[in-house]
Each structure stands twice: as structure tokens, then as C-alpha cells.
Design a protein around this ligand. Sequence first.
Ligand SMILES: [Zn+2]
Ligand SMILES: [Zn+2]
Ligand SMILES: [Zn+2]
Ligand SMILES: [Zn+2]
Ligand SMILES: [Zn+2]
Length: 240
Amino acid sequence: MADSSSSQSGGYDVEQFVNTPEYDLICTICHGVLRCPVRAACHHIFCKRCILQWLKRQETCPCCRKAVNQNRIFVMFKLSKSIGHMKIKCRNEILGCPETFPLAEQYRHSLRCAHELVPCPHQGCRAQLLRRDLEAHGGHCEHWRQPCPMGCGTVLSHRTQAQHNCYLQLRQEYALRQQNHRAIAAALQRKMQRMQSTMAHMKRQIGLICESLEVMDDLQEEEEGDQGDQGEASTSTSGL
Ligand SMILES: [Zn+2]
Ligand SMILES: [Zn+2]
Ligand SMILES: [Zn+2]
Ligand SMILES: [Zn+2]
Ligand SMILES: [Zn+2]
């Protein structure tokens, strides 16, 4: 218990770093890498929290025993920044994350680390999973809820989703079918109109043919009448 609280308030775990940190970056109080380093008047450097906690018990430097004034310790911003550039391994390395990154980017990485343990986002679900398994879990989570995508207002779970007989969907399908039927009817009507106009055209043509046949009949009759008169003349010509 004492161990976990000291690691929380103290420096960074040395094991976390890709390369073993230099000796002068280690806090002599917590033995971790300096977190928010401060320098006392005696020039010894500690994590800010470590030395403030130490000074509650005794007001001397843990290294050299010189008196330390709590109001005369200074934050070392440059050192803090260069420690922030040091490469660390992901804290989820044991869960399978192979990534390394500068210490300062630890938080940003944790927001997208596929091996970070995160709670299921569905209300009422107490499952904790690796971020990469979240989607698969969502596929069968008992607490998964989603409003019907058709917009009918029904909230669906995985169990009710398959049985949901959405009236909006039925209505849409019906409207679609009706639209289809209307389109077919319109196409048929256009076809009929085309056939009607073809028929009218044919009727006119037949009329014309009939007319010309009548004219030919008349001509033939006339011709036959003429032939009776000119019978002799035509036989004499063919005889030549
Ligand atoms: Zn410390
Ligand atoms: Zn000192
Ligand atoms: Zn990670
Ligand atoms: Zn869940
Ligand atoms: Zn619905």
C-alpha cells in the first residue's frame, strides 16, 4: 500500500524508459526519474512532491542535511522539458502494446492505444476491455442500445433488433412498390399510344392502297372496254 502511494506521488518508474536514465535524473527520495524537478538552495534536485512531503517531517536536505526553506525551492523547467523528451515504453506493454514515444506524449498515446483498458460505453455495462476489442464487444453487448435507423422512435437492443417489425420500413416498402407499379402503368400507356398511332398510320396507308386499287380497277375496266374495240389491231402488232 505504501509502495503504490509513493510511486503515485513520486517520480517516473525507471523501468518505463527505453534507455536506462542517467543517474543524475534520479530522485534520491523516491528513486524514480524526476517528476516536476525542483532545486533546493543546496543545489540538490528532487521531484517537487517528494521534497515537499519530506519537508513536512524534517526541514533538512535528504542528501546533504543542510537546512532547506520550502519557499526557496525552484522548478527546473528546462530539465523537466528534456525529461519529457525521453522515450518510454507504453504502460500497456504487458497487454501487448509495442509502441514507444516521448514521455510527454504518454497521455496522448493512452487516448488511442489499442491495448488501453477502457469501459464499455453502453450504459449499464460494466465490462472493461482493451480498446481494440471494443467494437467486437459492441456487436453482442447486452446493454447495446440504438434508436431504429428508420426513425420510428423504437430503441433497439441486439435481441429486439432482429424481430423489430418497423411500420416505417413497411410503409416505405409499400410506397416503393406503388411507385414501381405506377412506373409500369405509365410505360404500358406509352406503349399503347405508340401502337395506336402505328395503327392509325397503317389505316391511312391501307386507305390509300384501297383508293389506288379502286382507281386501278376503274382503269382496268376502262382498258378492258377499250381492248374490245382494238382487238384486231393488237393481234396484228403481236404478229409482227
Ligand atoms: Zn522523487
Ligand atoms: Zn542538499
Ligand atoms: Zn500503447
Ligand atoms: Zn458492453
Ligand atoms: Zn423502426
